[in-house]
Design a protein around this ligand. Sequence first.
Ligand SMILES: Cc1cc2nc3c(=O)[nH]c(=O)nc-3n(C[C@H](O)[C@H](O)[C@H](O)COP(=O)(O)OP(=O)(O)OC[C@H]3O[C@@H](n4cnc5c(N)ncnc54)[C@H](O)[C@@H]3O)c2cc1C
Length: 373
Amino acid sequence: MTDDNQAAARPTVVVVGGGYGGITVAKALDDTSDVVLVEPKDAFMHNIAALRALVDPSWLPRIFLPYSGLLTKGRGVRDRAVTVEPHRVVTASGEEISADFVVLATGSRYPFPAKTDLVDTHRAQEEVRRTNRALAQADRVLLVGAGPVGIELAGEIRDVWPEKSIVLLDVADEILGGPYLPELKAELRRQLVEARVELILGSPLRQAPPTEPGELGTFTVSTEAGTEIVADIWFRCYGVVPNSDYLGGELASARRPDGFIEVGPTLQVAGQTTVFAVGDISTADNKMAGFARHQAATVADNVNALAQGRTDLAQYESMGVAIAVPIGATGGAGQFPGQDEIVGRETISEVKGRDMMVSQFGEAFGLPATSAR
Ligand SMILES: Cc1cc2nc3c(=O)[nH]c(=O)nc-3n(C[C@H](O)[C@H](O)[C@H](O)COP(=O)(O)OP(=O)(O)OC[C@H]3O[C@@H](n4cnc5c(N)ncnc54)[C@H](O)[C@@H]3O)c2cc1C
């Protein structure tokens, strides 16, 4: 840590990545530290509502929230980190940033439109609008992957286009996957069938569709089991890939072969004291924004403790199993921590489906409250 008392009281904390975990830890430390947020995008993408914006692009302004409104004291560096070491972050343009603490929060990639790699809001929004126009013209939609994203996308499409044929396909023989109650899977399945979503489960596609995901163009594919599917557009609804290829020097050994970063109970990166990791890149918990934000609170407390010379660090406690899967604005089901019973469509609509959590994130960026569909 730097030498004078004032600097010791206000350490420099470099937060790498401004997703759900990164913005939460950066904001929590803004008063007590000199925060530097390294992020290549010009706006936070609230990807929880991305599928709603795909079917209804009027939501786009509410899901891209400019980073300029996030921090009052700290600063943003609009660039990608290419090398991160315990006390040094180097960006793609060659800027070197010294750090007392580093928080790794670079999350994961996921196929468009759920997430995007585009770093410019205008271009990202244009891409969503282009895909919306293609989807609007398609009569038959194939969704590959019946996890939460595939289920949610089926519901969003059905809400806006009652007449389209929607096929939801998965190699597994049940929907949703994960450590969830069988009653939850059964309820979501019941609602999908009620919404006239055709489920084709238990067999992979023989070949990938010939078109790019989100591109208009009629094709025929078949499953290994022999079911033939004709569709005009398809979307890939699987494939979380951690963004962790920038770890340099002694940090590289904390990167597991699958790309996730090993952390201990205090969320310090394995073998490190001043480097933390939160969110989808960390091995701490399931890959969810709610968990990333919960971890961010623990990390902020622990950075403050270390900066004050304390060693009694907080240990991260998982909230337990939690998921909210909307099927359109008014359907869906979920499971909340510590509850033996699933929650139904009214609760899911209230906590997620109706406003897709946009209001709580808008507030963090200093934006006025917005109305929901
Ligand atoms: C459609 C959909 C719906 C979802 N719904 C829910 C939900 O209802 N509830 C829930 O809890 N979770 C939900 N999730 C999961 C949730 O979105 C993720 O768990 C969450 O995005 C993880 O947050 P994160 O902060 O770890 O990383 P991310 O949100 O992935 O953010 C990472 C950030 O790091 C930046 N970055 C990447 N590489 C670098 C680099 N080298 N240098 C600097 N910056 C970099 C990226 O640009 C990005 O801004 C949903 C996911 C999807 C796809």
